[in-house]
Design a protein around this ligand. Structure first.
Ligand code: MLC
Ligand code: AMP
Length: 502
């Protein structure tokens, strides 16, 4: 396939004046601008001396400028490293130390603090995104044509981090081929075409909003209605002009709670797609009743891109994530690696062209997470039914998915346990109508401690992205443990789900 930019470019409309993005204020960005702006950034990066494989880290609010920079990185064979805007300085320091970017781009409001961090060899390599600043990355752009750098599909295009149940976050290297093969498969599977108008309300620092949504758009030359974040009123206003919407389940539950959602609002929609977290059958059913639309649920991971999807034509089975995309193989194995039959629950493993090859600088970890025949252990548990549809029933990894964002209890517990006055803690996910799961901490205080839940929450917010901070804290004398001394989180979940649901 070669350079992913060229594959995307092939999908752009013949008439480059066609709209790529329409903002909510009505302003537009054409495919021609996308091409020119990405070329100017790519020439600028090269003039700065960046070379193939160098990292460009970026933590900025959602804006089309980020897409220009993403495409510029592809064009110049640099590695794009997007970061969640919610990360605080301590979290950022880790990512930047690990990724060792040549360039770090941040929002103006964070520049003073972040440029003081010891993160790159030279502070002059920290830029802001805002056009009017003297440190703006926009100042590096060079007008004129840019020749796309030739590279193989095995070259790394992006670095995205996923935390783990133990230890530090791991950098996942996604190649041009990983991202491109998946985009092609999804464009076909979901029937994207140049008449499509996608409501894009997702963040663009994750696989979902960046590679899944935009990949389908680039390859089909379709148009995006662009919003900075998911706002339900705004979505209801924009939906009549859209043909496709992609979102996490929270978007659908919020739409269902809006009094104006009806069949008329979705009259031009041909496809609603949900992923990144489990879609409750209740949400699927209510949405069908309200809109006549069967939400298409699919399943993916940062490490693998999208693995399975319910069909565009054919039965969309609620409670399942559909069948594997072409060229992707999935299998269910038991804890001894025996392959299980249909209907049997076990560990989900996947192999195929969209699956990453290795973690950044962690060869041993890479080896642990792949089998000898190159299947990746997803850490999800499920079964395949007699028609070949996969259902996800749980996870072997201790992970909470809150509003489509992953929270690793171990990370939150470590921070809570490090606070003065805390003896120990257990962090769990409780059922939540809005977020799917919400983060909650059960805390044992030291004898003399007078810490309150508000104290704890506000202290945590200083050092940790807001979405990871527990929504509530419960104090107990002891945590329940099994004979091996392991905290019994299932008991805690039962107790507090019952307490908070009644
Ligand atoms: C924000 N907050 C959250 C949160 N998002 N808390 C828990 N879970 C979340 N997901 C907190 C903030 O810290 C803040 O707290 C308060 O909520 C308001 O912030 P906000 O930004 O105004 O919130 P809101 O707009 O309501 O955002 C919620 C959301 C958003 C669900 C719309 O998180 C979202 O768009 N999620 C999508 C994530 C996504 O794209 N996932 C894809 C991963 S890729 P305070 O205390 O400061 O008020 C992947 C692979 C695949 O998984 O298969 O796709
Ligand atoms: P991430 O690391 O953010 O890419 O999250 C990947 C994880 O999200 C997967 O391993 C699953 O646990 C979960 N996930 C993604 N899509 C779905 C889905 N449709 N249903 C259930 N879980 C999902």
């Amino acid at each position: 396939m070669g350079n992913l930019y060229l594959a995307y470019r092939e999908g752009f409309p013949k008439a480059l004046e066609s709209t790529f993005i329409e903002n909510i204020d009505g302003s537009k960005i054409s495919y021609r601008e996308l091409e020119e702006q990405s070329a100017q950034y790519a020439s600028g990066f090269e003039a700065l001396g960046l070379e193939a494989g160098d990292r460009v880290s970026i933590q900025v609010s959602k804006s089309p400028e980020v897409i220009f920079i993403y495409l510029a990185c592809l064009r110049s064979n640099l590695i794009f490293h997007p970061l969640n805007t919610a990360y605080k300085e301590t979290e950022l320091s880790f990512f930047l130390e690990d990724a060792k970017p040549s360039i770090f781009i941040c929002d103006k409001r964070n520049y003073a603090n972040l440029s003081a961090l010891d993160i790159t060899e030279s502070p002059k390599n920290i830029f802001t995104i805002d056009s009017e600043d003297k440190e703006s990355i926009q100042g590096i752009k060079k007008e004129g044509d840019h020749e796309v750098v030739d590279c193989s599909s095995d070259h790394v295009a992006a670095l995205l981090y996923s935390s783990g149940t133990t230890g530090k976050p791991k950098g996942i290297m996604l190649t041009h081929g990983n991202i491109g093969s998946n985009a092609k498969a999804l464009k076909e599977a979901w029937g994207f075409n140049k008449e499509d108008v996608l409501l894009h309300a997702l963040p663009i620092y994750h696989v979902h909003g960046l590679f899944v949504a935009l990949g389908c758009v680039f390859l089909s030359g379709s148009k995006v209605l662009w919003t900075d974040s998911f706002n339900t009123d705004q979505a209801i206003d924009l939906l009549p002009r859209c043909t496709v919407m992609m979102g996490v389940p929270t978007y659908y539950t919020r739409l269902l709670n809006h009094s104006n959602l009806d069949k008329d609002v979705v009259r031009n929609i041909r496809l609603f797609i949900s992923g990144s977290a489990p879609l409750l059958e209740d949400t699927f059913d209510k949405f069908l009743k309200k809109t006549n639309h069967y939400i298409l649920e699919r399943y993916g991971m940062t490490e693998t891109n999208i693995i399975c999807s319910n069909p565009l034509d054919g039965e969309r089975k609620s409670g399942t994530v559909g069948i594997p995309l072409p060229d992707l193989n999935i299998r269910i194995v038991d804890d001894e690696s025996n392959i299980l039959s249909a209907q049997e629950i076990g560990n989900i493993q996947v192999r195929g062209p969209s699956v990453f090859n290795s973690y950044w600088n962690l060869p041993k970890k890479t080896q642990e997470d792949f089998t000898a025949d190159n299947y990746f252990n997803t850490g999800d548990k499920g079964f395949i039914d007699l028609d070949g549809y996969l259902s996800i029933v749980g996870r072997t990894k201790d992970m909470i998915i809150s509003g489509g964002l992953n929270v690793y209890p171990k990370e939150v517990e470590s921070l809570i346990d490090s606070l003065e006055g805390v003896e120990e803690s257990a962090v769990i996910g409780l059922e939540d109508d809005d977020l799917g799961e919400r983060v909650v901490a059960i805390v044992v205080l030291e004898k003399e401690s007078v810490l309150s839940d508000e104290d704890l929450i506000s202290t945590l917010k200083d050092d940790m992205a807001g979405f990871k901070v527990p929504k509530s804290i419960y104090f107990v004398e002891n945590l329940p443990r099994n004979a091996m001394g392991k905290v019994q989180k299932n008991i805690l979940r039962d107790i507090y789900n019952e307490e908070t649901n009644n």
